[in-house]
Ligand binder design. Structure first.
Ligand code: GAL
Length: 653
């Protein structure tokens, strides 16, 4: 497996395998087709708790033994699930308090999946017992390659508001604040008469008459991430004790904006794995998928990762589920490999014939093997088996984008200057860099920036003093820093930054922000945008955001155009040695974004993989290989290479 210490010589290929949904006669055909399809790894039994422990304390491993042996005999390695992602009905029947409660007070019921309160000691005890049995029985099986803990933590139940969660939240707050006075000070409870006399008075921020306390909301997001992580740790502890040499993962969900701070989580997995479901009909999804791949690679400092799930073709959970076009699955798979993945896996092996996912594509579709989907699966399996020398190798990037979950969570709260999309802000920068074939890493706000020629900081709304100092020191020591609007607005307690917005960065950037003035228009009308003046290509759009910026110690590169802010600075630059600290007080788009990046990338001496990028074709280098991946429908020539629609070319670089 691709843990930090080990290099394998295989790009894993496979998918979720749920044999419990099928009569055993099918299993022989499954393993035969797996061999035919080049399958090397399957994630086994993710939702099989009810079958493994049909009644509390009664275990049945017979069926799992049989399929494990079949897989082993056919050379397929196993990513064995801990099977705790969907508790069986007996569990909540025997212990109803395990069922989670929403912020509106609704108790979620059985009949779906993930119906457990993350703080439930009963759930954790029963999960750990099952994991112990699995570790004891299969921990030393020669086919075991990897442990797959839970499944997509927080996907359906990211926050629970039940009384067990409320108690756990109080314990978490006690550990964080020690005294209730500290909590009151941190949450600013003097506002609206919210002072607490004891921790017992504190509750999770359930539905309330109007805006809830921002500190309470942010702490509840942090708590919820930590509680889910505790569930994961609860199982990991059992596995580590039993099988210290078997690597452990749990599948992440890309840019997941609910309760999971993946910077924190990634420290606890041996290998990052990700589930990725870009919308096949969205032309923007190729860049969003690329961005996700780059995040996954970045979460453990560049360590190779696994694409744990993707759809062979359509999903079943959008209102209309587009099929992937011929070649699209292959192009997106190569995109993952090019961006550091050491494995390409799918949800799921065989398309279900029953249950709520029967219209979700499978590697073996309802139509069987005489199908486009199967032929593409087989083809990719054969191709990836020839790329084993890439396993364990890394991808270099000289540009980083700062990504921060506290800021993301905070920007989703109400009662803000404007309802902004953090993801859109991040993606606006990423997309333009991707278009230019510039490879990007993501970094946390307090991460080591020294390896990067350029660091972009989109709307780092919540910034600790350490984070601001980290960014300031990077720029002051000659790095190229671009910080945008809504950065350094609050500290980690949600208090307005001491010394004013941007805090320590004011001096680095040479600017300060007097007042926010986001663009707005009459309700129901399109939001107006503004004009930027001073950029080389002429007037450009300023969208979403504007603000009154003073630039006492910076060069003004662009100003706002006609309107209330006419002539006020919009983009500024302050030189620091060979580098510079830039401030961008609006959401750039189109020529404004391109002009700025032309200059900033030029100054930072950052070049794309291709000197002349072509729209819809991405280019990435991994370990001496140049990947050209077309997301276009038509034939296109790039650097002398002809690429069919959604074609892939791998050359030497
Ligand atoms: C994932 C999940 C899988 C399957 C898939 C369908 O979120 O982990 O079990 O439900 O979605 O797209």
């Amino acid at each position: 497996m691709t843990s930090a210490s080990k290099r394998t010589s295989v790009i894993w290929y496979g998918g979720d395998y749920n044999p419990e949904q099928w009569p055993e006669e099918i299993w022989d055909e499954d393993v035969r087709l797996m061999q035919q399809g080049g399958i090397s790894l399957v994630s086994l039994g993710i939702f099989s708790w009810a079958k493994l422990e049909p009644r509390e304390g009664e275990f049945d491993f017979g069926w799992l033994d049989r399929i494990v042996e079949k897989l082993h005999a056919s050379g397929v390695r196993i990513d064995l699930a801990t099977a705790t992602a969907s508790p069986p009905p007996w569990l909540s029947h025997n212990y109803p308090e395990v069922l989670p409660v929403t912020g509106d007070g609704v108790r979620l019921q059985v009949g779906s999946r993930q119906q457990y309160c993350p703080s439930s000691p009963v759930f954790r005890r029963l999960a750990a017992r099952l994991v112990g049995k699995l570790a004891e029985r299969y921990g030393h099986h020669p086919a075991l390659e990897l442990w797959h803990v839970g499944n997509e933590y927080g996907c359906h139940v990211s926050h629970c508001y039940c009384s067990v969660s409320a108690d756990a939240f109080r314990d978490w707050l006690r550990a964080r604040y020690t005294t209730i006075d500290e909590l009151n000070a941190s949450w600013g409870t003097a506002f609206w008469s919210q002072q607490y006399q004891s921790f017992d008075e504190v509750f999770p921020p359930s539905t309330a008459p109007t805006f809830r306390n921002p500190g309470q909301l942010l702490d509840f997001d942090r708590f919820s991430s930590d509680e889910l992580l505790e569930c994961y740790r609860n199982e990991v502890a059992v596995l580590r004790a039993a099988t210290p040499d078997i690597p452990i993962t749990t599948n992440f969900m890309g840019f997941f904006d609910r309760a999971a701070d993946y910077w924190k989580w990634a420290k606890e997995v041996d290998v990052v794995s990700d589930d990725s479901y870009p919308d096949p009909s969205d032309p923007d999804s190729a860049s969003l998928a690329a961005m996700t791949r780059d995040l996954m690679r970045s979460l453990r400092g560049g360590q190779p990762w696994l694409l744990m799930e993707q759809a062979p073709s359509a999903v079943n959970w959008r209102s209309i589920n587009a099929a992937k076009r011929p070649g699209q699955m292959r192009a997106l798979s190569y995109q993952a490999v090019a961006r550091g993945a050491d494995g390409i896996l799918f949800f799921q092996w065989r398309q279900s014939v029953v249950g709520s996912e029967k219209f979700h594509s499978g590697m073996v579709p309802h139509a069987g093997t005489n199908s486009r989907v199967w032929r593409e699966i087989e083809q990719l399996g054969a191709e990836l088996s020839a790329l084993g020398d890439l396993a364990g190798t890394r991808v270099e990037a000289s540009v980083a984008i700062v990504l921060d979950w506290d800021s993301w969570w905070s920007l989703k709260q109400g009662a803000l200057p404007a309802q902004l999309s953090y993801l859109d802000a991040v993606q606006s920068w990423y997309r333009e860099l991707w278009r230019r074939t510039v490879t990007v890493d993501f970094v946390p706000s307090t991460g080591d920036l020294s390896a990067y020629s350029l660091v972009i900081v989109p709307s780092l709304f919540v910034a600790s003093a350490d984070a601001l100092a980290n960014l300031a020191e990077y720029a002051e020591s000659g790095g190229n820093l671009v910080a945008t609007y809504q950065t350094g607005i609050t500290d980690e307690r949600t208090h307005i930054t001491a010394g004013g917005y941007l805090g320590r960065l004011q001096a680095t950037l040479g600017v300060w922000v007097e007042e926010f003035a986001p663009f707005s228009g009459p309700a129901g009308q399109p939001t107006p945008s503004g004009v930027l003046r001073g950029l080389p290509s002429g007037p450009a759009d300023a969208t979403i955001w504007a603000e009154y910026i003073h630039a006492p110690d910076a060069e003004v590169i662009a100003t706002f155009g006609p309107g209330a802010l006419d002539g006020w600075p919009a983009i500024t630059r302050r030189a620091h040695g060979d580098g510079a600290a830039w401030y961008v007080g609006t959401q750039l788009t189109g020529s404004g974004l391109r002009d700025l990046l032309d200059r900033v990338l030029g100054e930072a001496a950052v070049v794309g993989v291709l000197a002349t990028p072509v729209d819809g074709v991405e280019a990435v280098r991994r370990a001496g290989r140049l990947f050209l991946i077309s997301h276009r429908d038509d034939l296109v020539t790039v650097d002398g290479v002809a690429l069919e629609g959604r074609g892939v070319h791998i050359g030497e670089s």
